[in-house]
Design a protein around this ligand. Structure first.
Ligand code: ATP
Length: 450
């Protein structure tokens, strides 16, 4: 059977050090994933791009980083203790557990045909205990969304920064949900990262603000390189809306397993501030000093998943290319070698997301002057952007590896470099090569990258 696209992505992620199975040497802990050296760079680049466009470049959004553990009253007020359930059904025969909403026939097990139990509610929050004694009163939850940290700090933000409506708070951080059916690699896990914005607006401005955020967030994925045909919007039906939401639009990606949510943009109305005001007995209204009136702002919430976005960008960038057999790579040098490249796998990540911008490679590993010069060049480039040095294979192999991790440029140091102080720079996408003098190299890259 041919390998599926998803299998190819999972295999590339392990082979090249993007994402590994969690606790692998112990047989793995199901549905946990560890980001390796390239994975963490990609993930950090994605988070940086989000922060840049939503916090750094805007005057109306402030960043936050709240605690994962919060007072358990927060989750009573938010509705999560009573409403954050999925319905589950268990097979009486094979004992497998299913999310009831995913079942075609609610009475028959889709795996063995056995009889299913009636659908029963299952709270998705992870519960634990704070301190040494495991008793009620010490219970705390791992947050199932980052949003609540921003609502409970609404007053602190008003008092410390005095923002005027409309304004937003933004946060990136881990969330935890005890999902009934995690799966599809990093798409649905029990521990994941979210990037969320809570945008506070005048109630009458909420519909336009929702539309503007939907377009803004949709365009953000396109600007970072997602192909237009792989992205779409999907409006939630009334039966799908979360307990707090007035309206919600999902941005969906065409994953190898089908269209699925990347990000949801919801109008949460004044539900959260009103609930927290009631449960905390604090006044969480906003005072409009031009109109001299107090009210609860509405909240527009663009809420995206970091891990899902990383997976979508990996899938979208994965390319298998037939290299024209006549395409030869000429590495100038003493021996004037000609190197033929095989068909290749390339991750065509855009320049902001690519984990490595330039890899410096010595053409001959057994020539100490070449190796030393290549290492020095890499150290110098690393001061300005993500660069690596690699001498663990022949030049053809090194190119192939760098293509697979999406490295934008390969810099080769050869014998001639020792004479003319020039290196060969190969462009990942065009595979064109240019000779560039070492003293112009950094400037050359800075022009291309920033
Ligand atoms: P789904 O319908 O897929 O369960 P959701 O609608 O419950 O998702 P939200 O509560 O809107 O998700 O969370 C916002 C974002 O957080 C999602 O769009 C997704 O990118 C991410 N996310 C939610 N749950 C998970 C999970 N279990 N694993 C990875 N990412 C998740």
């Amino acid at each position: 059977m041919p390998e599926s696209l998803m299998d190819k992505i999972v295999s590339l992620c392990k082979r090249r050090g993007f994402i590994f199975q969690g606790s692998e040497i112990y047989g793995g802990l199901a549905n946990t994933w560890d980001y390796g050296p390239y994975g963490v760079e990609l993930k950090n680049n994605l988070k940086k791009a989000w922060w840049k466009s939503n916090v750094q470049e805007r005057n109306d959004i402030l960043g936050m980083d709240c605690a994962i553990l919060m007072h358990s009253r927060v989750w009573e007020a938010s509705g999560h203790v009573h409403n954050f359930f999925d319905l589950k059904s268990d097979c009486k025969n094979c004992k497998k557990r299913f999310k009831s909403a995913d079942l075609k026939d609610p009475s028959a097990c889709p795996e063995c045909g056995g009889q299913l139990t009636d659908a029963r509610p299952f709270n998705l929050m992870f519960k634990t205990y704070q301190g040494p004694v495991e008793e009620s009163g010490n219970e705390v939850y791992l947050r199932p969304e980052t949003a609540q940290g921003m609502f409970v700090n609404f007053l602190n933000i008003l008092d410390s920064r005095h923002p005027k409506l409309p304004f937003g708070l933004a946060q990136i951080g881990k969330s935890f949900r005890n999902e009934i059916t995690p799966g599809n690699f990093t798409f649905r896990t029990r521990e994941f990262e979210q990037m969320e914005i809570e945008y506070f607006v005048n109630p009458q401005d909420a519909p336009q603000a929702l539309e503007a955020w939907i377009q803004n967030r949709f365009n953000w994925y396109l600007a970072l390189g997602i192909k237009n045909e792989n992205l779409r919007k999907r409006q939630h039906g009334h039966d799908e809306l979360a307990h707090y939401a007035h309206a919600c639009m999902d941005v969906e990606y065409n994953f190898p397993f089908g269209w699925a949510e990347l990000e949801g943009i919801a109008n949460r109305a004044d539900y959260d501030l009103k609930q927290h005001a009631q449960y905390s007995a604090k006044d969480l209204q906003y005072f409009d000093d031009t109109r001299k009136e107090k009210f609860y702002p509405y909240i527009i919430e663009p809420s995206g998943g970091v891990d899902r976005a990383v997976l979508a960008f990996l899938v979208d960038a994965y390319t298998e290319e037939k290299v024209n057999p006549s395409t030869k790579l000429r590495i100038d040098g003493e021996q004037s070698r000609t190197i033929k490249e095989d068909n290749r796998i390339v991750l065509k990540l855009n320049r902001e997301l690519a984990p490595v911008k330039a890899a410096v490679l010595p053409l001959l590993r057994n020539r100490p002057e070449i190796v030393e010069l290549a290492k020095n060049i890499s150290v110098d480039l690393k001061k300005s952007f993500a660069a690596v040095y690699d001498d663990t294979g022949s030049i053809g192999k090194l190119y192939r590896r760098q293509d697979e991790v999406g490295t934008l440029y390969c810099v080769t140091v050869d014998v001639q470099t020792l004479e003319d102080q020039q290196v060969t720079v190969r462009d990942r996408d065009t595979m064109q090569q240019e000779r560039i003098s070492i003293d112009r190299l950094k400037e050359y890259f800075i022009d291309k990258l920033f």
